[in-house]
Each structure stands twice: as structure tokens, then as C-alpha cells.
Design a protein around this ligand. Structure first.
Ligand code: GLA
Length: 380
């Protein structure tokens, strides 16, 4: 790894304080640091930014893929642990991985048969998941280098221009994703985009969480609540059938807290198709307004994660494809179901399903969504 040339961006704030006379202790250390994190095979420099709040919470994001590399939050005794899966260095990510921590685009989740028709024109996309298109294609937003700008003391703005035709999608798409860490333990992600041609998009983040700490066992004991009365059942290729099915009486009813593992092996056709949970939940409340989507408690550590979003839906994925072949941070081996994802999103395959909320963005319009992952500790 290159030498640790840490640039303290809080230095500016400190200077400003110093200019106003003797430094006063405010008790708030809000700083962002930046360090080189290696180079892509094409020679592009990758930086790692670290955001910190005064409670000791720390989030590191790199410019390659906008990936959340680590996220440290306290347990009920104040002990910090890194609660996301990933690698210690860029090489780990470059070798290929199942989207750990990454920004996903242009289209998070699947588009059936890698094609859709918009305004009478049919667009062809890569079929990188059986016969379907997944997570933006061969080189999605998880594999490009984003341009970084400090938008505030704890706010990192990443931008990327996706060219007309990239991965088969129409329109020059200008995308901005802003990560903000707040004093209230929230990691806020704001997604924005504009286009010069009609197009489709569905941006999300693919962090794998384990609130006991990354690599510390499977997530089956996590207690999950999801504010959804319905979900979208899928076919064998994990494409929604079009039905919005009530969760009542199914293993998909998380309206009261239930352990992830409680029903995951139930004799349920949908669980069999997903090899566990890999499904899109239709969130209650009005899409477009920031409302609670989920609450997760890890009983041993007491760590709590709440998810809030403006998106209409959320994919719960329980790391069903993790199989012990990946060694991650600190030499931890990621076994089956060692992490879960809560990918806030529009429904999968929306470009082909007219009855689903629209994912079309047109010139003059602005794509704007927000998702908040809020961390705390439960003392009960
Ligand atoms: C998403 C998909 C899963 C899987 C993972 C990555 O969550 O829904 O089926 O492809 O990404 O392994």
C-alpha cells in the first residue's frame, strides 16, 4: 500500500477557528481524511475517504465503485466493530467480488433477458446473470472510478458521467452520490441524476452488513423488521412474476421482528427459488417521502440498524451465494449467510413491467432519492 499521506480536511475548519483567536474546544471533532488506496489496472488513482463523527463512528468510502470499505459503529458497551464485509486493499476488490459495499447502477437488480423497450426503441443490455441483466452489467457503477469532492465536513460527494450507450443504456447520464455521516449515527446516501435522452435507472448501495462485526458468524440470529405488507414473488431467474403478494402467513412477514434464520429454510417455494431471502419488499407509506423501511437488531452486541428511504421498495438479500471461497478483511472467511443486504430500490425488471412504478428518467427531469442507514445500540 502507498505511504499514508493523510490530508486532514478539517484543517481548514481548524485554521478558521485559529484565526478567531485561541482555539476553543467545541467537543465536536468532525473531520474527513483522504489517503491513496492504490491504482486500477488502467492506472487510475483510487482514494479512500474516511468520515468520522464525535461518537467514534467511522465510515470509509473509496472512489472505485463508491464502495463503503468499512463502517465502524459502537455496540451497547461502546466497543467499535466494522459491520460491513469487504477487503483490506484495492486488490481484493479488483479480483472480483459480489458487489461488497458498492454503488449499483445504472440498474440495481435484474432486467429480464437483458432488454427493454422505451418510446418504441428496444435496447439490449449484457446478460450477466443467466439470461438476465444484473446490477448494471459487465462494468457497472461498482467498477468505475468516481470523482470525489468534499461537500461538507462529513459529506463526500461522488460523481460520474455515464456515457450514452454505456453498457447498452441510452443517454449521457450525470450521476451524483453523496455520503453524509451525521452526529446522530446516520449514514445518509443521496442519489441524483440527470440525462440528455430518455433512459431508465435504479441506483442503490450493496453493502453486506453483519452487526456482530464482519466475519463474526452468520446473520441468522439478527432480528429483522421490514415495513412491508407485500413482496414481489419471482420466477426461477429471480425476475418478478408481476404479482404483488401479501406477506400474511408467509416467511416474508417481517412486520413484527423475526430472526432472519427463523423461517429461512421453510418449505416455501419462494425461499427455495431465492436460496433464502433474495426478494423485493414493497414498502408501506408513500414512495418519495423519507420513511422507515426496516429495523435490525443483533441481540448479542445490541447493535441496531434502521433503514429509511424515499424508494418504493427494498431487496432483502441474505448472502445466500456466499460460500466460504472469499477471504475478506482481517483474514476473515465469508461463509454462507455471513452478511445481509438491504438494497433500497424500485422493483426489479420495472422497465418491462408497466404496472410497476416507473423508472424512466427524461431530459429536464431529475432523479433524486435518499436512503439513510442509522446505527445505534440497544441497552435492553
Ligand atoms: C443481489 C441479487 C442477488 C445476488 C447478489 C450478489 O442482491 O439480488 O441475487 O446477485 O446481488 O451476489
Amino acid at each position: 500500500m502507498p505511504p499514508k499521506a493523510i490530508v486532514t480536511l478539517a484543517a481548514l475548519a481548524t485554521l478558521a477557528l485559529a484565526a478567531c483567536g485561541p482555539a476553543k474546544k467545541t467537543g465536536v471533532t468532525q473531520e474527513m481524511t483522504k489517503q491513496p488506496f492504490g491504482k486500477t489496472p488502467e492506472g487510475e488513482q483510487v482514494e479512500l475517504y474516511t468520515l468520522t463523527n464525535s461518537k467514534g463512528m467511522e465510515v470509509s468510502v473509496m472512489t472505485y465503485g463508491g464502495i463503503i470499505v468499512s463502517l465502524k459503529t459502537p455496540d451497547r458497551a461502546g466497543r467499535l466493530a466494522d459491520v460491513v464485509l469487504g477487503f483490506d486493499n484495492l486488490d481484493g476488490y479488483l479480483k472480483g467480488h459480489p458487489y461488497f459495499g458498492a454503488i449499483i447502477g445504472r440498474y440495481g437488480n435484474r432486467i429480464a433477458k437483458g432488454r427493454f423497450t422505451l418510446d418504441g426503441v428496444t435496447y439490449k443490455l449484457a446478460r450477466n446473470n443467466g439470461e438476465n441483466h444484473l446490477h448494471g452489467g459487465i462494468k457497472g457503477f461498482d467498477k468505475v472510478v468516481w470523482k470525489a469532492r468534499e461537500a461538507g465536513p462529513q459529506s463526500l460527494e461522488l460523481s460520474y458521467l455515464s456515457k450514452d450507450g454505456e453498457e447498452g443504456y441510452p443517454g449521457n447520464l450525470s450521476v451524483t452520490v453523496t455520503y453524509t455521516l451525521t452526529e446522530a449515527g446516520e449514514l445518509k446516501i443521496d442519489y441524483q441524476a440527470t440525462t440528455d435522452k430518455p433512459t431508465v435507472l435504479n441506483l442503490t448501495n450493496h453493502s453486506y452488513f453483519n452487526l456482530a462485526g464482519q466475519g463474526e458468524g452468520d446473520v441468522l440470529g439478527h432480528q429483522v423488521m421490514i415495513m412491508a405488507d407485500r413482496f414481489t414473488p419471482v420466477d426461477a431467474g429471480l425476475i418478478p412474476t408481476g404479482e404483488l403478494r401479501a406477506v400474511d402467513g408467509t416467511p416474508f412477514d417481517f412486520r413484527m421482528p423475526r430472526a432472519i434464520g427463523e423461517r429461512i429454510n421453510a418449505a416455501d417455494e419462494q425461499l427455495k427459488l431465492g436460496k433464502g431471502y433474495d426478494h423485493n419488499f414493497v414498502l408501506s407509506g408513500a414512495a418519495g417521502t423519507l420513511r422507515q423501511a426496516a429495523r435490525v437488531v443483533e441481540p448479542k452486541s445490541g447493535r441496531v440498524m434502521e433503514v429509511f428511504t424515499t424508494e418504493p421498495a427494498m431487496q432483502l438479500y441474505t448472502g445466500n451465494f456466499l460460500d466460504g471461497t472469499i477471504t475478506g478483511k482481517g483474514g476473515k472467511v465469508y461463509q454462507h449467510r455471513y452478511g445481509f443486504c438491504m438494497e433500497t430500490q424500485h422493483y426489479p425488471d420495472s422497465p418491462n413491467q408497466a404496472a410497476f412504478p416507473s423508472v424512466v428518467l427524461r431530459p429536464g427531469g431529475r432523479y433524486q432519492t435518499t436512503t439513510v442507514y442509522k446505527f445505534s445500540a440497544s441497552h435492553s
